[in-house]
Write a protein that binds this ligand. Structure first.
Ligand SMILES: [Zn+2]
Length: 326
């Protein structure tokens, strides 16, 4: 399967800067964050379920160590292989570990490029295994995460699909914090596969350093919008890199005084009642959408950038796996 990647945010801030908080000092109070992992069972190359089991176990054992509960978003196309029962077993492990599962469409399609009827059919197909797994535990599939965060290029498409989601008991899981983990993931996997331990460790250090800086930026950006610390929804992927980095991520969240809570908990923050009126092709996260609603300007001048060697290595590996990808 072609690696499902979340495109880099398109940064096209408009200068409004009226009625917002101009200070970009870090808020002093403790905050809350919900962790969400996309592209389950495993982000990146899933050759066999046995490979995936290693990533899944490390990720779940790591999260248990920190008493974290998270929500995983499934692409059921990944289950379509000879070892399908084992792959389904990976999703069971998430539920066994007390995690919730949501729908990320069957095959990671974009609402920007897929007609809405076909898109809805893809979402429904994405329930085939996940919904019964949840039902067997008295749970219900109720969260939806847009692939690429693309929510529709016309008002009609956007409204039609949102009404469909509501009618089928889904809530949109927004994203208000992300660390471009997908971009570090392929270079890390490549280093691990080649047995280059030193390179893998260097990529992980770079990833955690970037995460530390970007989490700080998101906190400042949130404070700019709301004049207080909003609760965050952190987008991560179910990758080998994150499986190896749980303790590093925990140290960063601890230092930033961010406590891990459930998605339900974060969604009760009134910030999440801010209307998102964005219509267009960009896969923007929600702080940027709300900035437009609130006529506010986020501090993009100070946003950390993914180191160039990582971007280049990721592009090189993407071109190797799919010569038409870029
Ligand atoms: Zn995804």
């Amino acid at each position: 399967m072609k690696t499902a990647k979340w495109r880099r945010l398109v940064r096209t801030p408009t200068v409004f800067a009226l009625g917002c908080v101009t200070s970009i000092a870090s808020p002093a109070t403790a905050g809350r964050v919900a962790l969400t992992f996309d592209d389950l069972p495993v982000f990146g190359k899933l050759v066999t379920a046995a490979d995936g089991a290693d990533v899944t176990d490390k990720l779940l054992v790591g999260m248990a160590r920190h008493h974290w509960k998270a929500t995983g978003f499934v692409n059921e196309i990944q289950l379509d292989a000879a070892d399908r029962p084992q792959r389904i077993g990976l999703l069971r492990r998430w539920l066994d570990a007390g995690m919730d599962l949501g729908n990320h469409t069957y095959s990671h399609v974009s609402l920007s490029t897929t007609p809405v009827d076909a898109y809805i059919a893809n979402v429904v197909r994405g329930e085939t295994v996940t919904a019964p797994l949840l039902a067997a535990r008295g749970m219900r599939e109720r969260w939806f995460r847009y692939p690429y965060l693309e929510t529709g290029t016309t008002k009609a498409t956007r409204s039609f699909f949102q009404a469909w989601l509501k009618g089928h008991g889904y809530r949109v899981a927004p994203v208000t914090m992300e660390n471009s983990d997908w971009q570090f993931s392929a270079p890390y996997d490549d280093a691990v596969e080649r047995g280059d331990v030193r390179r893998a460790a260097a990529i992980q250090r770079s990833y955690l350093d970037f995460t530390r800086r970007i989490v700080g930026w998101y906190r400042r950006a949130g404070h700019t919008l709301f004049a207080r610390e909003p609760a965050f929804v952190f987008l991560l992927h179910a990758s080998r890199l994150n499986a190896a980095s749980v303790d590093g991520l925990a140290a960063i969240l601890h230092k930033q005084r961010l406590r891990v809570v459930s998605l339900d908990n974060v969604m009760r923050d009134p910030a999440y009642r801010t209307p998102d009126r964005y219509v267009g092709p960009d896969g923007n996260e929600w702080l940027e959408r709300w900035a437009t609603t609130l006529h506010c300007d986020l501090p993009f001048k100070s946003i950390p950038k993914v180191p160039e060697p990582i971007v280049a290595d990721d592009a090189r590996l993407e071109a190797l796996t799919d010569p038409h990808a870029r």
